[in-house]
Design a protein around this ligand. Structure first.
Ligand code: 2M8
Length: 439
């Protein structure tokens, strides 16, 4: 048993080494040749276990792309790498990007403070935390203020790419209401890198993705104007679950370096008071939903996102017990037709479930990693143990893919995917540092 686990970790480290390109790690060769924001934080969590220098460089590099407003872009481009669309010049962000960098103009979930706290727990390196703290704090302030003019305590996303769950069924209804007007000619490159085009979003999805960016470009990424004009405006339940955990981690970091800030505690109180109201219309059902600000309604889709608030760790146990019933449900692969009891991105019982299409059905490792920790926070030890064992078996037996078919576990999307590797390393070590967060 021990020997197997060791070799899985060796394989994971080898993948990270191969995807390391000097200052950071690409998500995967071919499909993703630049640095992505939430990927970098997940990746760093793996490095924290065995290579603190790489962990530091990983976060340094993503933070080096930060805009004056505090926005932390979802991609920091490698100027030499070709073969990704939308390419660096497309974004029109030169006046915002820091000198010498080109970045995208949108965000991704703020996993960084969580990864930084883990770095500290392993390294005890206060100087680095001092350097990072003000940057991460400015990003959180941007999210809590510029992205929340309603003062709800929750950030709004303007684009499906900002969720990281690009073509999730959660966004179908909102995208259906959008008719792209003028969009430039463009050529997709992503579909050249996968086995079948069916594994990626459709051309219609892409037209809408580009149209939304065209709107942001037109208003030069001015948050106040974009908020008025953009037809996609979501309080994303996963983004905001992560934001809560990240605010908690940021608070811990502030204590470590003796930084006094009431702001972070105020954000936490606001989020704790409003979370259930904002995202859980029926506590008895135990599912949490995104809230669409363009129609002022919940997006009632049965996906893994509906279970993810367990990761926040503060929600009433009586509600979370209802959520865990879904973790134990055959539609979320606890039994029945699935080879591994690992939670798929969409419930198998829904018409919009698609077994190999990106975020519309396949299993992703990062979502399961968060749910595993959530289960442990509430002492659902049986479910946590089953999930961890199943994730390790899935990857051991099928490879380090970007995502997996929930029926038989076969890998899809990119091969040798970095966050699959890094989070497997963390799971092998039982994510033990996470528990040091003081509740
Ligand atoms: C995917 O998103 C990018 C766009 O940002 C793409 O499809 O080209 C998503 O899975 C996202 O969550 C991830 O961060 C990114 C890189 O792995 O790929």
């Amino acid at each position: 048993m021990k020997a197997n686990t060791t070799s899985l970790e060796d394989k994971a480290r080898k993948i990270l080494n191969n995807n390391w390109i000097g200052n950071y790690t690409i998500p995967a060769k071919g499909l993703y040749p630049h640095q992505w924001s939430w990927d970098s934080a997940f990746i760093m969590i793996g490095y924290n276990h065995y290579d603190l220098l790489k962990a530091k460089k990983e976060l340094d590099n993503i933070l080096s792309g930060q805009w004056k407003s505090g926005l932390l872009p979802h991609i920091v481009f490698d100027s030499d790498a070709k073969g990704y669309f939308p390419d660096p010049e497309y974004w029109g962000t030169r006046s915002h990007s820091p000198a010498g960098k080109i970045t995208s103009g949108i965000i991704q979930p703020p996993v960084h403070a969580i990864a930084a706290l883990r770095y500290y727990q392993h390294s005890k390196d206060e100087n680095t935390i001092k350097e990072w703290f003000s940057k991460i704090f400015r990003f959180h302030r941007y999210l809590m203020e510029k992205r929340d003019p309603e003062h709800s305590g929750f950030a709004t996303i303007y684009h499906p790419w900002e969720s990281g769950f690009d073509n999730s069924p959660r966004w179908d209804e909102a995208l259906k209401r959008i008719t792209p007007e003028k969009i430039p000619d463009y050529k997709r490159i992503d579909i050249e890198h996968v086995k079948k085009a069916q594994e990626r979003p459709t051309d219609e999805d892409y037209d809408k993705y580009i149209y939304l960016i065209e709107i942001m470009k037109k208003y030069d990424y001015d948050d106040e104007i974009v908020y008025q004009k953009i037809p996609f405006k979501m309080k994303d339940v996963v983004f905001n679950t992560i934001l809560y955990v990240a605010n908690k981690a940021l608070f811990e970091l502030s204590q470590i370096i003796g930084e006094r800030t009431n702001k972070i505690s105020n954000w936490l109180v606001l989020q704790e008071n409003n979370f259930v109201k904002q995202f859980c219309p029926n506590p008895q059902e135990g599912l949490f939903y995104d809230y669409d600000l363009t129609v002022n309604d919940f997006v009632k889709r049965k996906t893994v996102a509906a279970l993810l608030p367990i990761y926040a760790g503060f929600i009433d146990r009586t509600i979370i017990e209802n959520t865990v019933k879904w973790v134990d449900h055959s539609h979320f692969c606890s039994s029945g037709t699935c080879k591994y009891p690992v939670i798929p991105s969409t419930s198998l019982g829904e018409s919009y479930f698609a077994h190999v299409t990106y975020w519309r059905g396949p299993i992703w490792i990062n979502t399961n990693w968060m749910i595993y920790q959530g289960l442990r926070k509430y002492n659902f030890e049986r479910q946590a143990k089953r999930l961890r064992t199943a994730i390790l078996n899935l990857v051991r037996e099928n490879g380090f893919y970007e995502y997996f078919d929930p029926h038989n576990g076969t890998g899809h999307g990119a091969e040798n995917f970095s966050w699959t590797a890094s989070l497997i390393i963390d799971l092998i070590h039982k994510c033990d540092m996470m528990d040091l967060i003081i509740k």
